[in-house]
Design a protein around this ligand. Structure first.
Ligand code: ADP
Length: 401
């Protein structure tokens, strides 16, 4: 079975083609600057060879058409024809309260997804464009939607509600939804497989530390709490997002700076976090490099970053009445042993203690990195959201047939 995984953003399309007989990736790539000048498609073949196609790619439909053309081309492709493509799995950012798991896409499901646009006006429309495009380009192709929010639909109301008038929830669905669910689900299960423990019996904290970053508390196989909320801006200090901030400060800034909703949205989502604090970069590698040569703001940003993660771990230990497994993933969680060290330092009282050598030798691989005999197992698990989307798609198609 061959499954194409699509992640359609507003100006990008990422894709991976899986051969599900062995879950291998037989082609992958992405279009960037979609709809802009200088758009291009970068394609990587199964043997690792990379090909660059430059040209104007105006919209999602022509972008996906381009991708399908490359996948079936004699020179660079790996499919003889589109008949070999069995299904498409789409990453969909927001499933609201309607979707608590991945779904087979029908016209009715599309209609329900369209109702979620209001909740993620920047993210859901391009996700839907990818679905419409596939319907038009490969009529009858089986499609599955995998939602970033779905895993967190198990949170209890006292966890997901905000302390605001209840009518705002009933009128507009204002509540905490959480994101990165596909990643939290994958790495928490994988960590339990690595440790050989029963997923349904663990209290797990997963730290997804990438450009966007969130923590999840997972109790007995269900998402119990997570740090992102109504939007992905809540919670941790991220690459360009502020994370938690007193909303009084937000209102004050808007008043003083005389800015409206659009500018404030950009300020807290695109110009804050590591980038805003340091003025150097949103990229942790650059921030770490700047701190090394004495940039004080960079040093503070690094401290703020790990302090916020540690604070949430402590909060989740209290919320779940303990932690058995702590998982690190995402570009920073997988690769930055210094971030893992800083986050875990001070958590010894909970039973977290890293093995120095194991931590420092772990870059981008699966590994248990706690000191032997410590009560809390600490595991690094590289995330693989595309694979989860492909597996969900395969499962749902099999159930359907
Ligand atoms: P995205 O959320 O866009 O998928 P990633 O999960 O790829 O992002 O994470 C990107 C982040 O990971 C960047 O801040 C980058 O600096 C960081 N990162 C990647 N490799 C390293 C490394 N070796 N050391 C520190 N940070 C790293």
């Amino acid at each position: 079975m061959k499954i194409l995984v699509l992640n359609c953003g507003s100006s990008s399309i990422k894709y991976q083609l899986f051969d599900m007989t062995d879950q291998s990736v037989i082609a992958k790539g992405g279009i960037e600057k979609l709809g802009m000048k200088g758009s291009f498609l970068k394609h990587t073949k199964a043997n690792g060879e990379k090909v660059l196609f430059e040209g104007e790619i105006l919209d999602h439909k022509s972008g996906i058409e381009y991708v399908l053309g490359v996948l079936t081309s004699k020179k660079h492709g790996c499919l003889n024809s589109l008949d070999e493509l069995d299904a498409v799995g789409h990453r969909v950012v927001h499933g609201g309260e309607r979707f608590n798991s991945s779904v087979y896409i029908t016209d009715e499901v599309i209609h329900e997804m369209e109702k979620c646009i209001d909740l993620a006006p920047l993210h859901n429309p391009p996700n839907l464009k990818g679905i419409y495009a596939m319907q038009e380009l490969v009529p009858g192709i089986a499609q599955v939607g995998v939602f970033d929010t779905a895993f967190h639909q198990t949170m209890d109301p006292h966890v997901y509600m905000y302390g605001i008038p209840h009518t705002l929830y009933t009128k507009y669905g204002i509540r905490r939804y959480g994101f990165h669910g596909t990643s939290h689900r994958y790495v928490s299960k994988r960590a339990c497989e690595i440790l050989g423990v029963d997923y349904e019996k663990q209290k797990i904290v997963t730290c997804h530390l990438g450009n966007g970053a969130s923590l999840a508390a997972i109790k007995e196989g269900r998402s119990f709490d997570t740090s992102m909320g109504f939007t992905p801006v809540e919670g941790l200090v991220m690459g360009t997002r502020s994370g938690d901030i007193d909303l009084g400060a937000v209102l004050y800034i808007m008043e003083k700076e005389q800015i409206g909703i659009k500018s404030a949205t950009a300020l807290f989502n695109k110009h804050s976090g590591l980038l805003g604090i340091t003025g150097v970069s949103s990229d942790m590698r650059d921030v770490e490099a700047a701190a090394k040569i004495g940039n004080e703001k960079a040093a503070m940003a690094i401290k703020m970053y790990s302090y916020r993660v540690r604070k949430y771990i402590g909060a989740y230990a209290a919320a779940m009445e303990g932690i058995d497994v702590l998982v690190f993933t995402g570009g920073i969680g997988e690769n930055s042993f210094t971030t893992r060290r800083r986050v875990c330092r001070g958590l010894e009282f909970l039973g977290v203690e890293l093995d120095k050598e194991k931590n420092e030798s772990t870059v981008g691989i699966e590994k248990v990195i706690n000191k032997d005999g410590k009560p809390i197992k600490v595991v690094v698990v590289p995330t693989n959201e595309e694979l989860v989307i492909a597996i969900d798609t395969q499962k749902i198609i099999a159930e359907k047939n």
